[in-house]
Design a protein around this ligand. Structure first.
Ligand SMILES: *[C@@H]1O[C@H](CO)[C@@H](O)[C@H](O)[C@H]1NC(C)=O
Ligand SMILES: *[C@@H]1O[C@H](CO)[C@@H](O)[C@H](O)[C@H]1NC(C)=O
Ligand SMILES: *[C@@H]1O[C@H](CO)[C@@H](O)[C@H](O)[C@H]1NC(C)=O
Length: 463
């Protein structure tokens, strides 16, 4: 560690103390706060901690940070960072002068999983901030090539594997890798549970053995393309009458919603969100519920990118230029990009236009009740481990500005909370099959812009 980086960390500590009081709503003093492992400060403190580990250990070779897996901070006379990191030995000897960042990993060395705590103190010494310290104990365990009954999540993992019929063989390389991913995910789910403001619970869903990055790539697919601004959409009109909307309402009970579908490993959520909306519009206007083809959109909608993502607002335009949609039964879902096989003679449903819907959730309630299910964009980060209940996460877990998934609001209601009183919620149809969430549905708190669910609301129009 050179002087420059010490100064950097010292300055960083002052900066952090300055913002420490800002915090976010509902944080318990002294409680743990989740921090993004990729934050610059977190990365800087993790690298500092690994440097300290190198100084305190006797090994010949320098260890280097592979990744910060999880990070939390706590206000205790300054800040304590709890970091779960993975480190691995490099080919640089400690006696070498090579900078750690230029050292190559020793691919044959076992990775180590460490829980480290870095204390960033508020004190000044001669007017200069006291540098951070790595606290004892340093707890590291080598990743083993075998998982045994004594490993802490062994039984949970076995239960998960049985429930979702995972085929990987016990203690195969894949099994061990999945075990560690599962174990990190269950730590994350535990944090989500502790921080939940609604009634939702998080745990070993069918996506519990995927890294969050892999999950996002394979199972979402809303592509918010900054380079190509969405054309301005007409604003959807609210009914002129001022009669109040009922306290709860569900388009499923009106026969306007098809059974939950499954996008599988393809970023086609946007197509499901779109067909779900049009299925509802067609049923409401033409009194006929028909399941519509997502694969037609994946293959033929050239404004969007099939399994690589898309947007409902683009899809409406494509559908108008294609002349409409074929039913699911004519153009079946494959979950991979294929060549367009649209047969205009098989088109059964058309749309005449599309509208943008207000982001005011009480007006959205009125719109939904009088017009039908709404296509929405949402940040799906917390949905990976969702097990059921009304989800009401803090905004730091679920940035409303990072939409990555397209789904469909089909209704709303209110449930009594466990601690926090009433929980008004949206009923959201997802496209991950009925064995996820509340039989394929997600209940999200209504009225707090949860995960950005009110920021990209649209509908097709059928006349
Ligand atoms: C770090 O790992 C420990 C041990 O697996 C776990 O108990 C803890 O919840 C993890 N911390 C975070 C911030 O996830
Ligand atoms: C739709 O309305 C929202 C606010 O309600 C606005 O932020 C957004 O830019 C509009 N989108 C389009 C495509 O007009
Ligand atoms: C809606 O679109 C269909 C198909 O393009 C067309 O036949 C119909 O006339 C349109 N309706 C109105 C009111 O424009």
């Amino acid at each position: 560690m050179n002087c420059f980086s010490n100064m950097f960390l010292a300055c960083l500590s002052v900066f952090l103390l300055a913002i420490a009081c800002e915090g976010f709503g509902g944080r318990k003093a002294g409680g743990l706060t989740y921090v993004n492992p990729e934050d610059l400060e977190v990365q800087a403190y993790a690298n500092f901690a690994v440097d300290e580990v190198n100084k305190r250990r006797n090994g010949f070779f320098k260890e280097k940070l592979v990744e910060v897996r999880q990070a939390q901070s706590q206000v205790v006379m300054g800040k304590m960072f709890h970091l779960n990191v993975t480190i691995q030995s490099t080919l640089c000897k400690k006696t070498d002068n090579t900078e750690l960042e230029d050292c190559k990993f020793d691919q044959n060395a076992k990775k180590e999983r460490c829980s480290l705590r870095v204390w960033v103190q508020p004190f000044l010494e001669l007017g200069v901030p006291v540098p951070p310290t790595l606290e004892d104990p340093i707890i590291c365990t080598k990743e083993s090539s075998k998982i045994s009954e004594s490993d802490s999540r062994f039984q949970e993992f076995e239960d998960f594997r049985a429930k979702f019929e995972r085929k990987y063989e016990v203690n195969s390389e894949e099994y061990v890798q999945k075990y560690y991913i599962f174990s990190d995910n269950m730590d994350t789910a535990k944090t989500y549970n502790e921080m939940e403001q609604g009634t939702a619970t998080y745990g070993a869903s069918k996506f519990a053995d995927m890294t969050p990055a892999e999950f996002k790539e394979k199972h979402t697919g809303l592509k918010v393309d900054a380079k190509k601004p969405t054309p301005h959409m007409r604003q959807g009109k609210l009914p002129a009458s001022t009669s109040p909307t009922p306290a709860s309402f569900d388009w499923r009970t009106k026969g306007a919603v098809t059974p939950v579908k499954n996008q599988a490993s393809c970023g086609s959520c946007w197509a499901f969100s779109t067909t779900g909306n049009i299925e509802g519009q067609w049923m409401i206007k033409k009194k006929h519920l028909l399941s519509l083809s997502e694969q037609q959109l994946v293959d033929c909608d050239k404004l969007d990118s099939g399994c690589e993502g898309g947007l409902p607002s683009n899809a409406y335009e494509s559908i108008i230029s294609m002349g409409g949609l074929e039913p699911e039964s004519q153009y079946k879902y494959k979950g991979v990009d294929e060549k367009c096989e649209l047969d205009k003679a098989d088109i059964k449903v058309y749309i005449n236009g599309s509208v943008n819907i207000t982001s005011d959730e009480s007006k959205m309630t009125t719109w939904l009740h009088s017009n039908g299910p709404i296509s929405i964009g949402i940040n799906a980060a917390m949905m990976q481990f969702y097990m059921g209940g009304v989800a009401h996460p803090f905004k730091i877990f679920c940035n409303p500005g990072s939409l990555d998934h397209g789904v469909l609001i089909v209704g709303y209601g209110t449930k009594a909370g466990i601690i926090w009183g009433e929980n008004p919620y949206w009923i959201i149809k997802n496209s991950w099959g009925p064995d996820w969430g509340e039989e394929g549905y997600y209940l999200a708190y209504r009225g707090d812009g949860v995960c950005g669910l009110n920021t990209m609301c649209t509908s097709a129009e059928v006349e």
